[in-house]
Design a protein around this ligand. Structure first.
Ligand SMILES: C[S@@+](CC[C@H](N)C(=O)[O-])C[C@H]1O[C@@H](n2cnc3c(N)ncnc32)[C@H](O)[C@@H]1O
Length: 192
């Protein structure tokens, strides 16, 4: 990340939406953010993050829903950066949640503040092994206890978010998109 060159993280808090175990939270700390609010619905992942960030006084782990947390967690116009990365956005229950969230982000960001969204666009034509990326995701977990294997299964659906649609929604929320591209592994990076 090269935000120091593009602008400053010194001004206000940064917010990591769907932080998981904190890969981006810790990057924001290293970039010099004076406060990082890390939000996730998973207590287990937040506990992991707290362990990794125990040397940092600037991280606040918040157990909450990224769809509603911003108006509660931050003063309007005071946030230096919001990240929602690692394919978190398609985890939202409904596509209609996306424009609402972008509205919250737009109100929270300071003038010149940063937003980074990374996600998979599952609407594009898929080729090769990518064809098998499902939109209903099934997790199969095998655990071995006392010599016998046990299988746990779970599944969840993912939103199909077209990159052109997301850019449109950002603009409608007053966020001027400066960069919208896919990386080598097909992850879209959208940075208003
Ligand atoms: C694919 S993981 C990405 C985690 C992290 N950003 C990373 O890149 O390693 C998605 C995360 O979003 C969280 N999540 C999903 N829906 C959420 C919601 N409505 N509010 C807060 N967190 C949510 C999940 O618990 C999970 O930790």
């Amino acid at each position: 990340m090269t935000w120091k060159a593009a602008g400053s993280l010194d001004g206000g808090p940064a917010i990591d939406l769907g932080c998981g175990s904190g890969a981006q939270t810790l990057a924001l700390v290293r970039l010099g953010s004076p406060a990082v609010i890390a939000v996730d619905t998973s207590r287990r992942l937040l506990d992991e993050l707290v362990t990794y960030a125990q040397d940092s006084a600037v991280v606040r782990a918040v157990h909450g829903d990224l769809r509603t947390v911003l108006p509660e967690a931050a003063e309007p116009g005071m946030v230096a950066a919001v990240v929602c990365m690692g394919d978190t956005l398609p985890h939202l229950p409904a596509k209609a949640d996306v424009p609402v969230l972008l509205g919250h982000i737009s109100r929270a960001l300071a003038s010149g503040g940063h937003l980074v969204v990374t996600y998979r666009d599952l609407t594009v034509e898929l080729r090769g092994t990518d064809r098998f990326i499902p939109v209903i995701v099934h997790d199969l977990l095998h655990t071995r206890t006392n010599g016998s294997w046990q299988q746990q299964t779970s599944s969840y659906s993912k939103l199909r978010i077209a990159s052109s649609w997301l850019v449109e929604q950002c603009r409608a929320a007053g966020l001027d998109v400066r960069h919208d591209a896919a990386d080598a592994r097909g992850m879209r990076i959208c940075t208003p």
